[in-house]
Structures are given as C-alpha cells and as structure tokens.
Ligand binder design. Structure first.
Ligand SMILES: Nc1ncnc2c1ncn2[C@@H]1O[C@H](COP(=O)(O)OP(=O)(O)O)[C@@H](O)[C@H]1O
Ligand SMILES: [Mg+2]
Length: 237
C-alpha cells in the first residue's frame, strides 16, 4: 500500500504547491524507478485552480507521475491502492473557513470540501507549511486545531520561504508561535530562494535545477525536509 502525504494549510501562498512537488521530486530521486521503469511516486493536485499555475505544461518532464483530481472523489478515496506506487503527495487548495460548533470540518459541503475530506480520510501524515509572517498564523491555527487534531493525524509544521537577509526576528517569532501551541515543528527551515519562484513559473523541480552552489543549497532544504518528515511522522517506520 502507498503512503499518502497531504500538504495542508488553510492559507494560500504559503508554499503548499512548491513543497509538494519538490518533496515528491526528492522522494522519486532517492527511490529510483520500479522494475517497470516507472517512478513509484505520484503527486495529486486537488486544487481546481492548481493546474493553471502548476508545472502542468511540463508534466511529461517531471520525475514523478502527476494527476489533477479535484473532482474524482472515488479516486481520492483510494490513493493508497494505486498499483506500483509507494508514495502519494497531495497538493491542496486553501479554503474559506466555515465555522461550525458541531465538530465538523470547517470546509463545507462543496466540491473542494468533499475532495479535502476524501484525502484527509485516507491520509497517513500531513505537512503544514507556514510562512514566517504573522498573517499566516491564524489559518495555521485553524488547520491544526480544527482539522488535524480532530482527525488525530500525525503532522509536522515547516517554516517555508524564510529569507536569511531579513534577519532572524520573524523566523524566531514564528518558531515561538508554533512551539507555544505545542505543535511539532521541523528543524529544517525551507529558505527563500529566487530559483524556487522561477522554477514554479518554468515548470521545473529541485532535482532538475542547475548544478551551481545556490541551486544546491536550495535543493538541500528539500532533501533535509523529506528525511525529517519521514523520521518525525514515522509514516514509514
Ligand atoms: N521557499 C521559497 N522560495 C522562493 N519562492 C517560494 C518559496 N516557496 C514558495 N515560493 C513562491 O511563492 C508563491 C506561492 O507558493 P505556492 O507554492 O504556490 O503556495 P500555495 O500552493 O500554498 O498557494 C509561488 O510563486 C512560489 O514560487
Ligand atoms: Mg497551491
């Protein structure tokens, strides 16, 4: 059975898509091809707008399979059963919170809510990217306290898009915010590199970056994060 990893945060723009494709890429790089010559790694996007900004023009050149599946609820409920696949990385959209005091998911009954529910019902672990910036604090709180804890899913928070040139104040404030809530925080910080922003426009992933020093530093964050995520969530233990 495949492991299903979901990248989730209510807030848009925190790096869900970037983190998803690049973790899938380093995962595919490390595990190699199956005896059928196929990568055993799949990225699934359930963001209906995802394919517009998404690497989708270059699907053929990606080192993993890519599926756009926001309206295939049956398929999303059976991600673990895809033949020849060991790891599924699910990219999700943000959502507008729907407050409920009945202990329900805060994303409603629409198509997006159904898709989110289907993948979370079948998830092994969840990665929650957060930016070192207070605007992403409340959506992160909602994501963890109102969705993940209720489902008792193993999760890890990772700070993405920290620019060392901005100094450590925002980074440390974000780390304190996460720790104050008792949420597990990745030691790995995914740094801001222009090469990542460019790559999403050009449709390439970290394993395809040029072999120069900056690109190697940028890539290292994702190899570290992949290893740490596996260690910390115990999905493959
Ligand atoms: N670590 C990073 N360094 C540089 N740019 C980044 C980084 N993470 C995300 N971005 C850029 O920020 C924007 C939003 O990221 P994206 O992955 O699309 O977020 P989401 O999927 O959560 O909406 C994109 O333009 C992306 O290229
Ligand atoms: Mg996205």
């Amino acid at each position: 059975m495949a492991k299903v990893h979901v990248v989730l945060n209510q807030k848009g723009g925190v790096g869900k898509s970037t983190v998803t494709v690049n973790l899938a890429a380093v995962c595919a790089d490390v595990v190699g091809l199956t005896s059928e010559g196929q990568p055993p790694v799949v990225t699934v996007s359930i963001d209906p707008q995802g394919s517009a900004v998404w690497w989708s023009d270059r699907v053929e050149a990606l080192p993993f399979h890519f599926v756009q599946a926001h309206d295939d609820i049956a398929g999303l409920s059976n991600l673990r059963l895809i033949p020849g696949v060991t790891d599924v990385w699910v990219d999700t959209p943000g959502w507008m919170p729907i407050l409920s005091d009945r202990g329900e998911d805060p994303f409603g009954e629409g198509d997006a809510g159904r898709a989110l529910r289907a993948v979370l019902d079948n998830a092994d672990d969840v990665l929650v990217p957060i930016e070192p910036e207070p605007l992403s604090f409340e959506p992160t709180f909602n994501t963890i306290e109102h969705v993940l804890k209720r489902r008792k899913l193993p999760y890890l928070v990772v700070i993405n898009n920290w620019d060392p040139r901005d100094g450590r104040a925002d980074l440390e404030e974000t780390q304190q915010f996460v720790r104050a809530h008792g949420w597990p925080l990745a030691r790995t910080v995914v740094r801001h590199y222009k090469v990542h922003t460019r790559a999403s426009a050009e449709g390439i992933v970290v394993t395809q970056y040029a072999k120069n020093r900056v690109a190697m530093e940028a890539r290292e964050d994702f190899y570290r994060l992949a290893l740490e995520f596996q260690q910390r969530t115990g999905a493959d233990a």
